[in-house]
Ligand binder design. Structure first.
Ligand SMILES: Nc1ncnc2c1ncn2[C@@H]1O[C@H](COP(=O)(O)OP(=O)(O)OP(=O)(O)O)[C@@H](O)[C@H]1O
Ligand SMILES: [Mg+2]
Length: 317
């Protein structure tokens, strides 16, 4: 069977067992060429196992996986030539410099050494070219890992948690590289624990939990389907505000003397609450309204959200 031309990856009923443990359980999804596909899930959910099967590193127990139309169990060499991989917790030789590393890996792939300059440009590593790996910061190490993943000019790039443990500046620098890859038409398969990253970068998000795929769609679709809480936070020390909200049938949560948090499902509810507080003569509080987020959808889908209060910072009064 041939895949339609616009599909980079097709996973069908993929299962992986490690003895008694079913790490990946009948997982099916497709990745379109040129998209950023984010793979989310709790620790141990089966993300790396799935990714490594797609990368041809581990064999599946059952099911079928095709990359660029090729079966991962039959065309390993051909697939490896056309993909790039940044493994989880990437590391390299301590004493080898940035440019030496890129050159070394590019020779392994018999790719043109002249591309090293382009790769250092793309990953913004030019002024670090002579620095040894052991002296690079976490963010620079990850950017070097991405450069190495690109030495064979791959059509699909797999990045397993490229920003884990990085500070916000370093994370943004990696995001810039990922945006560049997307604009160059690469397919990016990104594993991450950061919802903001997925929401910002991904065209499609897939969520895996305990080996099973629990949701797939664009960030907006997942939010619309699985997150329905608008979070209204009021800063008011007036006890009347809490009473008014409670009378309306909502369950306000007071996290400290001044902050009241209410979760509602409709924007009209926000307006109704504010009107009621106003009519009750309570001084108008400082307000913050947060729309439903991918994080909320994720927590629901991965059973992290046991009840309404689980997302609240405070104790109900
Ligand atoms: N080689 C292996 N042998 C036996 N069990 C394994 C092996 N690799 C992974 N596992 C188990 O399979 C399950 C899935 O692991 P995997 O590394 O795929 O999860 P993950 O979603 O990538 O987690 P994390 O977010 O922590 O990286 C875990 O229970 C893990 O302990
Ligand atoms: Mg992993």
């Amino acid at each position: 069977m041939t895949d339609s031309d616009d599909l980079a990856i097709v996973v069908e009923a993929l299962t992986k067992r490690y003895d008694d443990l079913v790490a990946v359980n009948e997982v099916s999804f497709t990745v379109r060429k040129g998209e950023v596909f984010a793979f989310l899930g709790p620790n141990g959910a089966g993300k790396t196992t799935t990714v490594e099967i797609i990368e041809t590193i581990r064999p599946p127990s059952s099911g079928r996986v095709r990359v660029l139309g090729m079966d991962v169990t039959k065309r390993k060499r051909d697939i490896v030539r056309r993909i790039g991989v940044l493994p989880q917790a990437f590391s390299s030789f301590d004493r080898i410099t940035v440019s030496e590393s890129i050159r070394f890996y590019s020779k392994l792939f018999e790719s043109k050494v002249a591309d090293v300059d382009n790769l250092m440009d793309l990953t913004n590593l030019k002024d670090k070219s002579g620095v040894q790996f052991k002296h690079l910061s976490g963010g620079l190490k990850q950017r070097l890992g991405i450069a190495i993943a690109l030495v064979n000019d791959p059509e699909i790039v797999f990045l397993d948690e490229p920003t884990t443990g990085l500070d916000p500046h370093a994370r943004h620098a990696v995001w810039d590289v990922l945006s560049d890859l997307r604009s160059k038409g690469k397919t990016v398969f990104l594993t991450t624990h950061y919802m903001e990253e997925a929401e910002l970068l991904a065209d499609t998000v897939a969520i895996i939990s305990k080996g099973r795929l629990v949701a797939i769609g664009s960030p907006d679709e997942l939010i619309e389907r699985h997150a329905n809480n608008i979070c209204l936070t009021l800063k008011s020390s007036d006890a009347g505000a809490v009473e008014t909200i409670r009378h309306m049938g909502f369950k306000p949560v007071r996290s400290d003397r001044n902050t009241i948090t209410v979760r509602v499902t409709h924007t009209e509810d926000v307006q109704d609450i504010l009107n009621a507080i106003n009519s009750a003569g309570v001084p108008m509080p400082v307000i913050d309204v947060r729309k439903p987020s991918l994080e909320e959808a994720y927590l629901r889908l991965t059973e992290g959200l046991r009840d309404e209060g689980a997302l609240s910072e405070g104790v109900a009064t």
